[in-house]
Design a protein. Sequence first.
Length: 278
Amino acid sequence: MVIRVVADGDIGKIKKGRCNMNEKKKKSVINDKVWLLISFCAAMLLWYLLSLGEATGRSFPFVDKVIPSVKEMIDRGAFGKDIRSSLTCVAAGFGLGFVTALPIAFLMAWYQPVQKIIEPWINFIRNIPALGYAPLLVIIFGVGQKPAIILIWICTFMTMSITIYQGIKNIDVTLIKAARVLGANDFDIFIKIICPATVPFIITAVRLGLSAALTTLLAAESTGAQAGIGMRIRSLANSFESAPMLMYIILLGIIGLILVKVVDIIERKLTGWQERID
């Protein structure tokens, strides 16, 4: 056995190297915050300039008019009700989409007859805009949250099932062949190779599914809904109330950012073994 003696000078160099790395990390964090501030200021400047324009001023009222509209909608009793209704629809529709997309994607990847039967219809339906069949769901299920939830379910299912299926199909076949050579059966291959290798694709599918849920929300609540952000935006647009309408649009974007951050945290927990480029 060879034992390498580390000199005091080497230890000093190692500590110095670690300090330099920590300093670089701190600097990168500061730089990110600065860039975020610059981006925010640029957006606010653009918003201010649009509010001054003759053609755009009415559509983009500035902060001084948008913020009071929050109190106005609270006084109407609509603000909290709309948020609860929309979050319920998104959560229920996305949840149903995920729990149905996951097994269907695995079945399509594992059994060719299932893929041949289901995939063409998924590709057909997901190319139809949600507004195209939203009225059909209202006719079937009536007004309220039910058609909105089902519409979000359909759209998120289409997005996530194809994403997960493509991810499974792109798993390195060499890993599966090597496992079979070592005597692994289908169950072992599924649990120990397919599932871990599919996690990054499932996370991607969740991210795309949440985006699809939020974009579908407007179509889902624009037809037959009695409350919700989408219904309120349509109602305010019809009455040309641009300040509260813009407030609801910004609120939808904030909800989307929060959901993205939550998915990022989950991704770091589940795929910590992956290399990332910052």
